[in-house]
Design a protein around this ligand. Sequence first.
Ligand SMILES: [Zn+2]
Length: 374
Amino acid sequence: MEINNDWYKRYKNQMQTKLNQNKSQFPIDISERVDNDSMPKRIRWILWAVVVIWLIYMICIWSFYFFKIKKTDINSESKTTQTTHTLITSSAEMIPLQKISNVGYTFYLGQIDYPSAAAITDQTKNDITQIIYDAKFSKNLSQNIAIIITNTLAASTNQYFDSPFGKVKMVQLPPVFLQGGGAYSQHIGNLSFIFINKNQLNSSRLNDILTHELGHYIGSLLTAADWEQYYNLRQIPTGTPLYTSNWMLSPGEDFADVYKNVFTKEKVQTYYGLLIKTNDNFPENECGKIYDKLMKNYIAKKYSNTDSWNIPILSVKEADTNITSNKELQDCRRKVLLDSEKYSEDWRFVVPYYSSVSQATKTFVINTINKLNL
Ligand SMILES: [Zn+2]
């Protein structure tokens, strides 16, 4: 290859001079090196550039997926119930959340149903707002609630919610949801998800179901000291985990149901607190012997220091109140409630006992919500 440019000649001379100065023992023909080696060197540079660009590209891709996986894991771990670590796939169906603002209250609303299903009506939006208001939720607290009206036939774990705090994967609803009608799940940040069975929307149970689930949200905000106080008020044995395999003996469920009772007056379904006979006219079979023994002792004690000329009038109500809180009697009643087959005689007409909520417990619930509303 012939090169006639002046700059090249000057460059060649300079290089030759440098080489001579270095006293190289081997004569080197600069023109040969420049002309013949220039092509492979250029190709090497191009190859290096390609490799470096490819490496940068791979690092970017890897970082993107790593960040995505970490983020989804955090979302899953923040759930208190039904945690799932499965990633949201690209084929997953997005369930939008609608921000509802109604008479000063704001909450999120979503719907899981067939594509052809009708949209949530204004009546439902008003009903839900009324229940949130009746449950004494402040305007600040209601913003942390996402209510999902769910048709279980259209629900799948391949769905996710696009929440203001990120994507949240749909949980697997258990079969008890069909009958119970509600489920609570704290997913991300302060945003809690409440699932309401579509079948219950227009039923008289909507108020009870939703208020119970709102109670779970309040329960999730209680401190250890609050729980200790609550366990004492409801005579829950110390050390009982918040959620056990038995719904009726789970303190977390008990709190949600007591919360419901305070604001809807509906009976508590769990088995803590003072267990009272559902109907005084029905005989108490299994625990009747204990009750009679206690009543006999009470009367004997009451009249032991009384002379026969001054017999006090026995108040049955007062006697009953004194006897009912007896631990032996309460344990017996709980035992009967837990086994309807074994104690079928007690269960013949009606659920034999119900859990009453003391005034002190009601005050605790009211004080708790007032504290959180500040
Ligand atoms: Zn519950």
